[in-house]
Design a protein around this ligand. Structure first.
Ligand code: ATP
Length: 429
């Protein structure tokens, strides 16, 4: 790798089927442009000659199928070229998926099975490149004019909205390499924690809710049905994590399982899915370019995602600080709280927490610095099955005056008085 020594612009010549791997520095953005040839970033083609600015800490690769010259301006943490990549195998998968989409489109839309395009689920350990492969498959499909649905089940490092959520959104254009996925109107369910182990049953319930809505949308829309979906998952693949993968495959009716970088997971899935002849399990090589991120980095990324929700990637949004009375808002938490009082149980039995029980939370200073979701529910009993409109961040609780101060994307009344709280915190920096 090249140590970054000067700030001058420099050019990098890329041979065909090679890539320039870049980690932007911790503080300053990096400018980059395509000078000659053609190149793409995770499936999205670069416009010729136009400077793009990548924010600090961004990690990415500029890949070329036929050769290109790239110009960079700024200091990087690292940058180096690699000519060994799994891109040919990835684009071959894309070609197979295209075939299935065309087949689905050509078949009569009254037949629910043959008119269904591929439902791809990408699985693998943390830092195997799942999100990246998902983005490539989506961008390549969008480039061909399809509008595939992206489903992100990764509540830790998801790419559709803030952490603690599962979400889905149609991808109508190749994904912008800087801006990422546009935040317009995704379908979002709030889990409220960044690890599913805090409430495994709730996680499953939300995946089920999401899948039912998607199923309904697909039933009424032949175009998105034929385009199919790409599902990104968490890197937790052992024990309960594995069980959740099987649950997702089953619930979302995935028919192509792409396993990145793990022999064992692949053979386990092949074995358990062998009685489902319409499900293909395909092993794919992990790219050598995937950067491992430690716990601290992941925490930071989560924090930046929340910041981005309120302030925008380039500080281009202006969130609004609002004040409400305690009595204006109803804050619920899902799960916890014993199902039955201890006195009602046989001696020695522990009260089991009902994982999907709705508990009205007392408003007090415990809510400080938490990120809450604003539910679309009209009644409290709809909260678990409802998606969310957006998020607020609690910045002050005045017990004396019974007032809550919170940050919201905009001024004005919230779309609903029902809020959901989990364990998602944020310290504004
Ligand atoms: P997790 O399960 O932890 O969410 P993941 O398996 O989804 O991780 P990615 O998010 O796809 O992994 O990749 C990890 C990081 O590596 C990302 O920052 C991504 O942009 C970067 N990356 C992936 N592929 C390359 C590459 N070929 N060159 C440079 N960086 C890459």
């Amino acid at each position: 790798s090249t140590p970054a020594t000067s700030t001058t612009t420099r050019q990098v010549k890329l041979d065909k089927e090679s890539e320039l791997r870049i980690e932007v520095g911790m503080e300053i953005p990096l400018r980059l442009r395509l000078l000659t040839g053609t190149a793409e970033i995770f499936g999205t083609e670069l416009p010729p000659e136009i400077w793009l600015s990548f924010p600090p800490r961004h990690k990415f690769a500029v890949f070329t199928w036929y050769g290109a010259t790239i110009e960079m301006d700024g200091i990087t943490e690292t940058d180096y070229t690699a000519d060994e990549t799994p891109m040919v195998s990835y684009v071959n998968v894309h070609a197979v998926l295209e075939g299935r989409r065309n087949h689905a489109k050509a078949s009569s839309s009254t037949d629910p099975d043959s008119s269904q395009g591929p439902r791809v689920i990408v699985v693998g350990p943390t830092d195997s490149g799942k999100s990246t492969l998902s983005k490539m498959l989506l961008s390549w499909a969008a480039k061909q004019g399809w509008k595939p649905t992206f489903v992100d089940l990764d509540i830790g490092q998801g790419s559709i909205t803030i952490p603690g959520c599962i979400a889905a959104t149609p991808i109508e254009m190749p994904i912008d390499p800087v801006e990422g996925i546009p935040l317009e109107m995704p379908l979002v369910y709030f889990f409220g924690h960044t690890t599913p182990s805090l409430n495994v049953d709730l996680y499953k319930v939300l995946v089920k809710e999401l899948s039912q809505i998607l199923e309904r949308q697909f039933a009424g829309n032949a175009e998105s049905r034929a385009a199919g979906m790409v599902i990104n998952t968490m890197g937790w693949i052992e024990g309960v994590g594995y069980e959740l993968l099987l649950h997702a495959i089953d619930t979302l009716n995935a028919n192509v399982v792409l396993v990145l970088g793990q022999e064992k997971l692949c053979s386990m899935l092949k074995d358990v899915l062998k009685n489902k002849p319409n499900v293909d399990v395909v092993k794919l090589q992990k790219s050598g370019g995937v950067v491992s991120r430690n716990t601290k980095f992941r925490q930071k990324t989560r924090s930046y995602r929340i910041r981005e929700y309120f302030y925008g990637l380039a500080n281009d949004l202006s969130p609004h600080s609002n004040i409400a009375n305690f009595s204006d808002l109803f804050v619920y938490k899902i799960g916890g709280g014993p199902q039955a009082p201890r006195s009602a149980l046989p001696i020695g039995a522990e009260p089991a927490a009902d994982p999907t029980r709705l508990v009205l939370v007392n408003i007090n200073r415990d809510l400080l610095h938490l990120v809450l979701a604003v539910s679309f529910a009209k009644e409290p009993d709809q909260i678990i099955s409802s998606n969310v409109a957006g998020f607020i961040y609690i910045t002050d609780i005045d017990i004396q005056r019974k007032k809550i101060t919170y940050l919201a994307p905009s001024a004005g009344e919230l779309p609903s008085r029902f809020l959901i709280v989990g364990s998602l915190t944020w310290l504004e920096t």
